[in-house]
Design a protein. Structure first.
Length: 337
């Protein structure tokens, strides 16, 4: 792969397709054996900066590029009877120009074109949707037909977002906020930490807890289902986990059974989040990235776990992918928080 700009994995039946956004504006299709099975010319005029996908009416994924556009694609798996090779048919769909909107002055003049900072997709009925976080002060909602559906002004740039069921959790500054995607209404509860902006977010599928990364190298565990105080929903900080990462910000987080995997700087940390008596999330293992990767350049590192069945994928910006599996103990009877 020429260069890695973003990473996503999509399940298609029993198969998993790894989607690698590149600096040249393409998406490379990679199977779990590490074979590049195809390449999609997305039409982006610069790097593919974000990829998101969800199941539902038809299989689809969405890309965002440095050119300010968001593009829909449908994907279908097809078996080639001549050589039994798994192949995928990718078809382009709607294109949303200037998807992040523009910043205006008091006179209505364009000051700057905003950029896409994050994406999240979901399906409802026969429609597919995408939420676009922007460098302005908004979240934009579009349908798969490219139609603009909603705009939510959130006061500042949206750093990152994640979805669980009908709720979208997103970071603005030092606060995690929530949007109900069925009612299209903002939730009243907000989770706030410290004085510096939060850097990443994770919401484990079976967990009520929301995990937020900090620029100081720690993980904050929020409980957004805290009891109301004087009729106002509250969000309590249940725990913090110090990764001893110094000034290395938490860049990526995701979950494997029983553990939260955290990438901060060049270090992978594994936090036990298995519930038990007097449950406390505990840092149990730390390893430098070099343990898993034979050669590492000076570029960015990407972490991917979702849809990989508990496997962990590391991608180097210069174009190599590395897949491995945790051997940390976990029992199916344990409950994941």
């Amino acid at each position: 792969i020429t260069s890695v700009a973003c990473l996503f994995a999509k399940s298609l039946g029993r198969e998993t397709l790894i989607l690698v956004g590149t600096g040249s504006g393409h998406v490379d299709l990679v199977d779990r054996a590490g074979n590049v099975t195809g390449q999609v010319d997305t039409g982006h005029q610069s790097a593919v900066t974000h990829i998101s996908s969800a199941g539902g009416h038809g299989s689809f994924f969405v890309t965002a590029g440095g050119d300010g556009t968001v593009r829909f694609f449908t994907v279908h798996r097809a078996q080639d009877e001549s050589d039994s090779t798994l192949r995928f048919a990718i078809r382009p769909g709607s294109v949303i120009e200037d998807a992040a909107g523009r910043s205006m002055d008091a006179s209505g003049n364009t000051v700057a074109h905003n950029t896409v900072t994050c994406l999240s997709t979901w399906s409802y009925g026969k429609k597919n949707w995408v939420a676009v976080g922007t460098s302005g002060d908004s979240i934009q909602i579009y349908s798969h037909r490219g139609q603009h559906e909603e705009e939510f002004l959130v006061g500042d740039s949206v750093t990152c977002m994640t979805r669980r069921l009908r709720l979208l959790a997103f970071v603005v500054g030092r606060t995690v906020r929530f949007l109900d995607l069925m009612t299209m209404k903002m939730e009243h509860v907000e989770c706030t930490w410290g004085d510096a902006p939060l850097t990443s977010i994770a919401w484990i599928r079976s967990s009520p807890a929301v995990y937020a990364g900090t620029p100081e190298g720690s993980v904050v565990v929020f409980n957004p289902q805290s009891k109301e105080a004087e009729g106002i929903p509250t969000c309590a900080v249940s725990h913090t986990v110090d990764l001893h990462a110094g000034t290395r910000a938490v860049a990526h987080m995701d979950g494997i059974p029983g553990y939260l995997v955290v990438l901060a700087g060049n270090t992978l940390s594994f936090v036990n989040i298995t519930a038990g008596h007097r449950w406390v999330p505990t840092l149990v293992e730390q390893q430098p990235v070099e343990v898993f990767v034979e050669e590492k350049g000076g570029g960015r590192i990407f972490l991917l776990i979702a849809s990989l069945g508990g496997e962990i994928l590391l991608a180097m910006e210069e174009g190599t992918l590395h897949r491995f599996r945790s051997t940390l103990p976990y029992h199916e009877g344990d409950r994941n928080l």
